[in-house]
Design a protein around this ligand. Structure first.
Ligand SMILES: C[S@@+](CC[C@H](N)C(=O)[O-])C[C@H]1O[C@@H](n2cnc3c(N)ncnc32)[C@H](O)[C@@H]1O
Length: 308
């Protein structure tokens, strides 16, 4: 991309307090703040990376926003996936140029923008969103970022669980919703063998229920859960330390891969952790882990197969 700014470009002005203001350059327009104004005409034809001063004497750093900046400032309906998690989703799900990715729900379209960027013009993203109002917000955010509706993007207002589409065609399915276990069957149908399922879930109860649903379903490799904590740092001379504040928790990511039809993952050869599937456990059970009567002490929930 050319460093020279043109009319129609989105530009982020950052003041000396680190506050961002995003404007779209237009001939003859002005940016106004309590520190005076800046003429867009002074920026059109200038380079990114300059400092411009408002009529009131405030210096502003001039840069085009990157996608991370954009998603944090764009309008929202549903809560967005934070950039740190979007980066991890793309990486853990191995999403790259040319991939076909299915996601639900589209929500505000934040993850959609990252997915479309990762798959590129040779790839494809199919997004599902049950709520029409959220789908419209997602559409407008995607169109604003890409300047048009990307030809490789298809947004469907509807439930992924009932999605039709060529079976075994998706390289990755990304779920960001309250009840992702309701979409396991649809994901299994859409994914090709070796395709990746990745879910973004906010709570440990969701994480457990989804992991056990996948194990019980037997069409998936062993699920792996991660969480990313990003700490920003104060960097000043000898005062180099973590910042006092951080976004402590957003969500967990769970990743697994679609087995080929007719194959199940090898059964784990280790005992479940004590109490993991004990009398209080009411969720789906992995193959080989039998229900244990409440009065059986000590062995509650242990692998009954003798396979260890
Ligand atoms: C947290 S939001 C998604 C945010 C989005 N990933 C983003 O980054 O902007 C969850 C969305 O999933 C939608 N949803 C829930 N279940 C769904 C399903 N089965 N199929 C499609 N969308 C669903 C909800 O309406 C909601 O908008």
């Amino acid at each position: 991309m050319n460093a020279v700014l043109s009319a129609g470009d989105r530009v982020q002005l950052t003041d000396t307090k680190g506050r961002h203001h995003t404007i779209t350059l237009a001939d003859g327009a002005f940016f106004h703040s309590h520190k005076g104004s800046i003429s867009h005409d002074d920026l059109i034809g200038a380079s990114e990376g300059i400092v411009t001063t408002s009529s009131g004497g405030m210096p502003y750093l001039v840069l085009r926003p990157i996608l991370e900046d954009y998603v944090l400032s764009m309008g929202r309906g549903a809560a967005i996936i934070y950039p740190k998690d979007a980066f991890a989703i793309v990486g853990h799900a191995g999403i790259g140029p040319g991939d076909f990715v299915v996601e639900a729900g589209a929500g505000s379209g934040a993850l959609t923008c990252f997915l479309l960027t990762a798959v590129g013009p040779q790839g494809r993203v199919a997004s599902f969103e049950v709520r029409e109002d959220f789908a419209e917000i997602a559409r407008s955010n995607v169109v604003r970022w890409f300047g048009q509706e990307p030809p490789v993007w298809q947004l469907t207002v509807g439930d992924l669980a009932g999605a039709e589409g060529p079976a075994g065609s998706a390289d990755a399915v990304v779920l960001d919703m309250l009840a992702p276990w309701d979409c396991v069957d649809a994901a299994a149908r859409l994914l090709r063998p070796g395709g990746r399922l990745i879910a973004y879930v906010a709570t440990t109860t969701q994480l457990s229920r989804l992991a056990e649903s996948l194990r019980a379903d037997s069409r998936w490799t062993e699920p792996r859960a991660t969480e990313s904590l990003v700490r920003t740092w104060h960097l000043e001379g000898l005062a180099v330390r973590p910042d006092h504040r951080m976004i402590g928790h957003t969500a967990f990511l769970l990743v697994c891969r679609r087995m080929a039809d007719g194959f199940s993952p090898p059964q784990r050869r280790r005992r479940p952790a004590p109490g993991a599937y004990g009398p209080d456990y009411v969720g789906p059970r992995p193959p080989g882990v039998a229900e244990v009567p409440a009065d059986v002490e000590g062995s509650a929930g242990e692998d009954q197969s003798g396979d260890h």
